[in-house]
Design a protein around this ligand. Sequence first.
Ligand SMILES: *Cc1c(COP(=O)(O)O)cnc(C)c1O
Length: 236
Amino acid sequence: MSSDDSMAARVARLRQRIDAACERAGRAPGSVALLPVSKTFGAEAVRAAAALGLRRFGENKTQEIRQKAVELADLDIQWVMIGHLQTNKAKDAARDAAEVQSLDRLELAHALQRRLEAAGRAIDVLVQVKTSPEPSKHGLAPQDAAGFLRTLARECPALRVQGLMTMAVQSDDAGAVRACFRRLRELRDRLRDEAIDGVRLDRLSMGMSGDFEIAVEEGATEVRIGSAIFGARHYA
Ligand SMILES: *Cc1c(COP(=O)(O)O)cnc(C)c1O
């Protein structure tokens, strides 16, 4: 392993590992996007990552997006909401987020739709699906996804569905982690067969610092990476 611990070196090593996982799975290297997750890290860390050419950043709190968006207004950054979003924060997300990956219920969809419609704007969304048994994980039950997508297509034109997102079970058992990612891909394949008008399912956002290689082998089109780029998180 290289001893260069700069952010540039960490990102380069991540891309190598993503490409290697692509090759193992017979996928084209470069076919998986890297979404840096900057939650808890300050604007300066995002600025350093932006200097490496990264432009989309995952965050889990609307207040934190707002703060960083103000400090980094000179950069062309797209903020991606990946954390649980309270309905009363839909207004802030509709203003500041370019994309929401944690869409998991109709109440939230309707709140976002109202705000976006008022602003004359539309955003990309991924629907978060719960593929692990842990009560702490958010997301729609897989069996509810088809109905949810049909309702979105009918009632929420400002939400452009692009695919699905999940978090795998937190476990040392690689087989259990893999099963979560596989569950999402198989669900996507079944939903695709239903060909719901206006709903695209090209994207699968799955895999984090500890499990992204398994996610790529199971079909992830983007991995959400925080600590492996920015270092350990310290919560106040
Ligand atoms: C924090 C977070 C990540 C990144 O986690 P790391 O283990 O630091 O890579 C990815 N996805 C979601 C939804 C998160 O909340």
